[in-house]
Design a protein around this ligand. Structure first.
Ligand code: GDP
Ligand code: MG
Length: 195
């Protein structure tokens, strides 16, 4: 069993904290059988958020392209709205909006472990865009934002929660948010029954 265990970082973003959804979000993760192994409230610095999100060209381009496509879908002129249609430049812009959003209030940061924890938490979290997220997911059940509204307001999409996208992302995010001694392991009562 041990080799299938993964660890992943979950952040309840400032909108989730301000809306009183911390308990609801943690509860969904715990009930699924995933284990909380680190937990704390933090008002992040811009440097911490900078460290949390990748800044390589591929990531910036991907997020810039995604944003550009969204403008197309809704018949909007990306260049007129944002002053550029270069995916890299748009990616950098979205990243800056993200830093502003994630430092606009306290967050609750945690590390979660379990079988396929990275993918399982992403599933519980739902699609990046709340307006497209499935019912039954955190974003689908509790948020309504969409990219057009967010881009128009020159702000990040408000989607309540961050969850690492890959094992590699999780490893680097854990270093940003927790010292090794703040991450604990213990046995949950139902482990003997569930596995
Ligand atoms: P996630 O892993 O599902 O959170 O999504 P990404 O890693 O692709 O993006 C990180 C965060 O940036 C998202 O959670 C949103 O808050 C924000 N974001 C992503 N795409 C867009 C976009 O097209 N426009 C705006 N305004 N924000 C975005
Ligand atoms: Mg991501």
């Amino acid at each position: 069993m041990a080799e299938k265990q993964e660890r992943t970082v979950v952040l309840v973003k400032p909108d989730g904290v301000k809306r009183g959804l911390v308990g609801e979000i943690i509860s969904r993760i715990e009930k699924r059988g995933l284990k909380l192994i680190a937990l704390q409230m933090v008002w992040a610095t811009k440097d911490q958020i900078d460290g949390n999100y990748p800044k390589d060209e591929a990531w910036l381009k991907k997020i810039g392209e995604k944003t550009g496509k969204n403008y197309q879908t809704y018949g909007l002129d990306v260049k007129a709205e944002l002053g550029t249609d270069d995916p890299m430049e748009i990616g950098k812009m979205v990243r800056q909006w993200l830093i502003d959003y994630m430092t606009s209030g306290p967050m609750v940061k945690m590390v979660v472990s379990g079988i396929h924890a990275v993918d399982m938490v992403r599933k519980i979290t739902g699609s990046t865009m709340p307006s497209e997220a499935e019912m039954g997911t955190i974003r689908g059940d509790f948020s309504v934002d969409d990219a057009t509204a967010a881009n128009r307001g020159k702000r990040a999409i408000h989607n309540l929660v961050h969850a690492s996208g890959t094992i590699k992302e999780a490893e680097s995010e854990m270093l940003v948010w927790f010292a090794p001694e703040e991450i604990h392991d213990y046995k949950r009562a139902e482990e003997d029954i569930m596995f």
